[in-house]
Design a protein around this ligand. Structure first.
Ligand code: NAD
Ligand code: MG
Length: 383
């Protein structure tokens, strides 16, 4: 029997994290969970259950108080805290695969740590590539690490691109469900509450990404993510609204051929593929009954209704520290909306205003990026 692959699951209590553990359980003895992390106090009960079930070697939490709680409840000794703890867990030995299912720019430090340790990084945390793709990608080559995307669109493109030289690619087509407000008239968006926005038509996900899907900033972040993963300029990355969420993205080649990846909208498939690649294994995801689905439709997004998409293209063109500012301002605006401090229509305005105020640093180092992130968080909601 082959030795099991050892995996660390960062953000194990979230939507990606719990589905990753489900996949690992399904795959049985071929995967061994050696590390888990969670951040919110409300998630500590779930983390304890996961520790009892998966018996990891180490766990990372937000602070020492949580660490004491987990030690007391589970008897596990190696419970680390803070960013330092997360970074330590992301580089733990022995371990083959780090799944990054943390939400937001907080995922950057463990992304860098996993890459520096030469791991396979199964990356759901798109924010780490958005804010620091320029630093992350050369490090992957330097440390002979690998990133296998978990984001469904990027997993689809990764699957379509297998063995294809990138010079043969004409463009990438990212599909988007259109989010909960696809059919809401532009002028009515200002009346949309968090409760409306959290009802996603086809995917069940964490709160932040669900709001990003409603503004289409999720697709904006994914354009930047695709740029770094696949090395294509923004002009060669298009977006199509595809409400059925069956085609998860496509690659058009220079000869006119288009390859697409189709499946039911279920994150367990891209998660499993990132774990088993280059192999495929049976999964709990059901078959996609195309005859039952009948119609697959596609149309371009409305840029006036969803200005976040245009902002993302502009930011990608400028580069430097601007993507970090886009991401941080978006995080601040999304949480302000969730707490009903700003309206839905104000999210793109807050981001655009912050972008305008920023002095871009070209070819930034990590410190420039972290400083831009801090500056944008402090500036985004200031008058
Ligand atoms: P979630 O909110 O459900 O879970 C987030 C996890 O990260 C939790 O375990 C939480 O404890 C942890 N976390 C939150 N803030 C943290 C911090 N500051 N430091 C350390 N840990 C922290 O989020 P999710 O929906 O699972 O999304 C996770 C990532 O995956 C995001 O980057 C998202 O864009 C991406 N993604 C998610 C989906 C999906 O279906 N949920 C699909 C594609 C991509
Ligand atoms: Mg996606």
């Amino acid at each position: 029997m082959k030795t099991p692959k050892r995996i660390v699951v960062l953000g194990s209590t979230g939507s990606i994290g719990t589905q990753t553990l489900e996949v690992a359980s399904h795959l049985g003895r071929s995967f061994d969970v050696v590390g888990l992390s969670a951040f919110l106090s409300s998630e500590m009960g779930r983390l304890c259950e996961q520790v009892r079930e998966f018996k990891p070697r180490a766990v990372a939490v937000q602070d020492e108080k949580q660490a004491r709680l987990i030690r007391g409840q589970t008897g596990l000794k190696r419970v680390w805290s803070g960013e330092e703890g997360l970074v330590r867990l992301a580089g733990i030995e022995p371990c083959d695969i780090v799944v990054n299912g943390i939400s937001g720019a907080a995922g950057l430090a463990p992304t860098l740590a996993a890459i520096k340790a030469g791991k396979r990084l199964a990356l759901a945390n798109k924010e780490s590539l958005v804010v620091a793709g320029e630093l992350v990608m050369p490090l992957v080559r330097k440390h002979k690490a690998e990133i296998i995307p978990v984001d469904s669109e990027h997993s689809a493109i990764f699957q379509c691109l297998k063995n294809e030289p990138v010079r043969g690619v004409k463009r990438l087509i990212l599909t988007a469900s259109g989010g909960p407000f696809r059919r809401v008239a532009g002028h009515r968006l200002r009346h949309m509450t968090p409760a409306h926005a959290l009802k996603h038509p086809t995917w069940s996900m964490g709160r932040k990404i669900t709001i990003d899907s409603a503004t289409l900033m999720n697709k904006g972040l994914e354009i930047i993510e695709a740029h770094w993963l696949f090395g294509l300029e923004g002009g060669k990355i298009d977006v199509l609204i595809h409400p059925q969420s069956i085609i998860h993205s496509m690659v058009e080649f220079v000869d006119g051929a288009i390859l697409a990846q189709a499946s039911l909208p279920d994150m367990r498939l891209p998660i499993q593929y990132a774990l088993t690649y280059p192999e495929r294994m049976p999964s709990p995801v059901g078959t996609c009954d195309l005859a039952g689905i009948k119609r697959l439709t596609f149309h371009p997004p409305n840029p006036r209704k969803f200005p976040c998409l245009r902002l993302a293209y502009e930011v990608l063109r400028t580069g430097g520290t601007l993507p970090a500012v886009l991401n941080a301002a978006n995080e601040v605006a999304v949480y302000a909306f969730l707490e009903e401090r700003i309206g839905f229509h104000e999210i793109p305005r807050v981001i655009a205003r912050t972008l305008r105020k920023h002095r871009v640093v070209a070819h930034p180092g990590l410190e420039d990026i972290l400083e831009a992130d801090r500056w944008a968080r402090a500036t985004a909601l200031s008058p």
